[in-house]
Design a protein around this ligand. Sequence first.
Ligand code: ZN
Ligand code: ZN
Length: 341
Amino acid sequence: MDFLFLFLCYLALMPIGVVMICICSKTRSLKGLVWGGAQLFSCIIPECLQRAIQRLLHYFLHTRNHAFIILHLILQGMVYTEYTWEIFGYCRELEFSLYYLLLPYLLLFVNLCFFALTYVTNPGTVTKANELLLLQVYEFDEVMFLKNTRCPTCDLRKPARSKHCSVCNRCVHRFDHHCVWVNNCIGAWNTGYFLIYLSTLTAAAASVTAVSAAFLVQLAILSDLYLETYIDDLGHPQVVDITFLVQYLFLTFPRIVFMLGFVLILSFLLGGYLCFALYLAITNRTTNEWYRGDQAQCQHYLRPAGPLSPKHRVCRNIYSHGVWGNLGEIFLPAAHYEKNK
Ligand SMILES: [Zn+2]
Ligand SMILES: [Zn+2]
């Protein structure tokens, strides 16, 4: 029952996770995949149910709510409960180093601190009071960000690199994206917190993966399982191979193996996203700019550097000030504004 219940939970959660990643992703091919799936479902599901699903998706993805924060904390709580309840105790018996076992807790603590900071920090809301100051921070490229543009909703002049967030209903300075997992926009004043939050979340998932995998490997080595033989369906003795070993561990420690599968996939997904976020940070581009300027970089967002023929133009990002300058702008936004005054 235990095994079956966990297996069904897994089967239910994995497709939901994949669909959520596709929806939250800005990649057109993934959006196309979701759109194709939605078209297929629209032929099968009755119209009243479709409307209910649409309303539900609109509520979860296009209004400010705490659903994803609760889901985030529940998943984190489940992983750490399993880690504490089973893995930590078993690893202590196998005499794993305490520093090694406590590392996931340290990362969890730092992660929760930066999660809270990302959530509570004003991302850079443009108001009547700071409108003039923020208008001077970045140069208008006159391609993606035009001078003297007003936000029709806020009725304020839009500073370069700002964008109106339809979920929060406000214009945000150096708008990156709206993150449902922290229920806040990621903008000029909390991108640094967000990057540390994302890094520690990835590191926490990777450290739980490493400890769990090390425990299972150590167990297999100590019990000499790989030296044993078993009788197959035809009654022939067989040497234990990796497939048998995985099946054996799966049936003996179902919760640990399920959790390991979950944190392993999570580590890869978060690691991939972290690399993308760091790439944007060191090149001083926001997700919004990457999304809008990705189609034809030279013609739009990036200016040609130097009077070369169009064929040989080298494009450069007008907001980039070198790796350290770009990181300083993200992690010390106040110092950046002081310098630009
Ligand atoms: Zn606005
Ligand atoms: Zn927002």
